[in-house]
Design a protein around this ligand. Structure first.
Ligand SMILES: *Cc1c(COP(=O)(O)O)cnc(C)c1O
Length: 244
């Protein structure tokens, strides 16, 4: 077995164990491969399970790799900051957009989806760590945002996504995941149209066990499978925040 497949098997085992530990069905946790910077042939080595979820952060990168992976049975999730001028392109390749974080993006997506006569699965991104470097609506605005998004039936809201605080202190990270789970429950209580609130996309290589303890249904794993990336994450995350 190649190294990547080996690491992935280990991670799946760790994910399953984390779920067992808190009395959850391991099948209720999807493992999404965060594949930024990984070449298609490298990604291929990680396609060893029946269901495979790919997460990409940049539309150009997704567009570039998609033709080389198209023959595999993959679900492509977009997990990066989405600029409105990339909406048309991302809709060509994504099965789910996890990073819905502002109304201008919602209206732009709706317009294009109406034009194409279809709908899209989405998650709402919440900035549970309150770090200015991260995107997402603030926890205080999340309910109002979910309400506003529910008016658009081109967008099927499946749940919430967050990036936890980067901290060696597990309890600081846990706070973010607890908050997201709590917001999910409160939105679910509203019984909004086009809104299911069943997915919690949270947890990465360093904190997925904590996220699973707090109810994660999708963990997004990069480094632990593909190894250290050549580019720092700031290249993907701390880009100038745009309001449009
Ligand atoms: C890169 C990335 C991940 C995976 O992070 P690792 O620490 O490499 O596992 C998860 N979510 C998002 C949004 C990412 O950009």
């Amino acid at each position: 077995m190649n190294k990547i497949a080996e690491r992935l098997r280990q991670i799946r085992t760790d994910v399953n164990n984390a779920a067992f530990k808190v009395g959850r069905d391991p099948e209720s946790v999807k493992l999404l491969l965060a594949t930024k910077t990984a070449a298609p042939e490298v990604i291929r080595e990680a396609i060893i399970f029946d269901q495979n979820y790919i997460g990409e952060n940049k539309v150009q990168e997704l567009a570039r790799k998609h033709p080389f992976l198209n023959d595999l049975n993959l679900q492509f999730h977009f997990i990066g900051h989405l600029q409105t001028n990339k909406v048309r392109d991302v809709l060509k390749y994504a099965n789910c957009i996890q990073s819905i974080d502002r109304m201008s993006l919602v209206t732009t997506l709706d317009k294009q989806l109406q034009k194409e006569g279809r709908s899209m699965d989405v998650l709402l991104q919440v900035n549970t760590s309150y770090e200015t470097s991260k995107f997402g609506v603030s926890p205080e605005d999340a309910l109002t945002f979910a309400q506003a998004v529910s008016a658009y039936d081109t967008l099927r809201v499946k749940g919430l996504m967050t990036i936890g605080r980067f901290s060696a202190e597990t309890e600081q990270v846990r706070k973010c995941f607890k908050l997201l789970a709590d917001i999910k429950d409160r939105i679910a209580e509203l019984g909004l149209p086009n809104n299911e609130m069943k997915e919690l996309s949270m947890g990465m290589s360093n904190d997925f066990a904590t996220a699973i303890q707090e109810g994660a249904t999708i963990v997004r794993i990069g480094t632990a499978v593909f190894g250290q990336r050549m580019y720092p994450d700031s290249y993907y995350w701390n880009e100038q925040k745009k309001t449009t």
